[in-house]
Design a protein around this ligand. Structure first.
Ligand SMILES: Cc1ncc(COP(=O)(O)O)c(C=O)c1O
Length: 391
């Protein structure tokens, strides 16, 4: 558990907690003071010294090592990208797929993952969607009936953005290992919130942006590519991808050997300001611990669910521990409630199934009580707004 003193300290680091009820961490992170300070010091170096680039580049390597540790990977298995979509598209174009091969996704998964693979239909690759009933979690059994000899990739979000399910990567990873299938994971919603061990989960490629659980502004992504998957080839090349980058900066047409590590997928300059921010953000996350953050948001979720039951408001996702973490979608009609929350200075997101509440390390029990009071007032103002009655 995060102690109350520690939680008060964390809340002080996120000034938004003093200004509004922020329940939208799954949309984007509010910035913290350590991240702001890292950005300011980067800007100051650029402003006063036109940038000590070798120092910045050295720090990128330090951040790569930090990110690697975070996932239980080696630094040479980490590349920096622009966002989740770029990482997923890199994966889709790196796996050696030929006409007739198939890729299995979950029906209704994030469109940025779906489009990356659907784009391969022009090469004759088949894309299959495994159905998932009533926002249940996906397990190996969800995928198994859709897998055959032609299946080369299984890909899914670890946590869904629209109902908050935490899919069972352990059983899915086991299945993929057994059947020799690449497992590609979109960890955008889970990174920084749920501990992720890419080795234990048998993940081949993991892609995530850093502007939610990793606490930095948009424009930076992380990509894990398991060592040894040498057959995964980069679709794009730049000097930074090459095994023997030409010292004279003249491209060598006869030497197109690429690096053997994940850096073969990184091309050109990287997002230096965000990488400075990421280092500060991960230090902040590690000062609390991802396991503790996960426990904290899950316990706040317990409180939220019990209060919602009393109000007669259902959630569209799972209720069981282990199947949910920080995302709770309230079965309330978006048309009335999104506006109502905005008028009351409560930051939430409209989603497929209703109003999405998403929790972060800086939220506390008082935030839940305030939310519940706002919902109760909304119900009293217009009882018609209540979508679901308790069973
Ligand atoms: C599961 C998931 N994947 C991907 C994204 C976004 O992709 P990108 O980082 O490319 O903007 C989101 C939300 O923004 C998401 O919830």
């Amino acid at each position: 558990m995060i102690s109350s003193e520690k939680l008060a300290y964390i809340r002080d680091l996120f000034p938004v907690t003093k200004r509004q009820l922020y329940l939208d961490a799954a949309h984007q992170t509010p910035l913290s003071l350590p991240v702001r300070d890292a950005l300011i010091s980067f800007l100051t170096e650029g402003y006063e010294m036109a940038g000590p680039k070798p120092v910045w580049v050295r720090r990128v390597e330090d951040t790569r090592a930090t990110v690697a540790r975070f996932f239980n990977a080696s630094p040479l298995e980490i590349a920096f990208t622009k966002n989740t979509s770029e990482g997923l598209n890199i994966a889709a174009n790196a796996v050696p797929l030929v006409a007739g091969d198939n890729v299995v996704l979950i029906e209704g998964d994030h469109p940025n993952n779906a489009y990356a693979w659907l784009n391969l239909k022009r090469k004759g690759v088949k894309v299959r969607f495994a159905p998932l009933k009533d926002n249940h979690i996906a397990t190996a059994e969800t995928f198994e009936p859709h897998i055959d000899e032609g299946t080369k990739v299984v890909t899914l979000s670890h946590v869904t953005f629209h109902a908050g399910q935490v899919h069972d990567l352990a059983s899915i990873g086991e299945l993929c290992k057994r059947r020799g299938i690449y497992l590609v994971v979109d960890a955008m919603q889970s990174v920084g919130v749920i501990p992720l061990d890419v080795k234990a989960l048998n993940i081949s490629v993991l892609a995530a942006g850093t502007h939610k659980g990793l606490l930095v502004p948009q424009g930076l992504g992380v990509l894990y590519v398991a060592q040894g998957l040498d057959e995964l080839r980069p679709a794009y090349l730049a000097m930074s991808s090459m095994l023997n980058p030409p010292a004279d900066y003249i491209a060598q047409p006869d030497d197109l050997a690429v690096r053997e590590d994940a850096l073969r997928f990184e091309f050109g300059n990287v997002n230096l300001p965000d990488l400075h921010a990421l280092d500060a953000a991960i230090k902040l996350i590690e000062s609390v611990g991802v396991a503790k953050i996960h426990q904290h948001v899950t316990e706040l979720g317990d409180l939220l669910l019990s209060k919602l039951d009393a109000l007669g408001v259902a959630v569209v996702g799972p209720r069981e521990h282990g199947q949910r973490s920080h995302i709770y979608v309230l079965d309330l009609p978006v048309a009335q409630w999104a506006d109502y929350f905005a008028r009351n200075d409560v930051r939430v997101s409209p989603e497929r199934g209703g109003i999405r509440i998403s929790l972060a390390m800086f939220n506390n029990a008082d935030d839940i009580e305030r939310l519940v009071a706002v919902i109760r007032t909304g119900q009293e103002e217009n009882l018609k707004l209540v979508a679901i009655q308790p069973d």
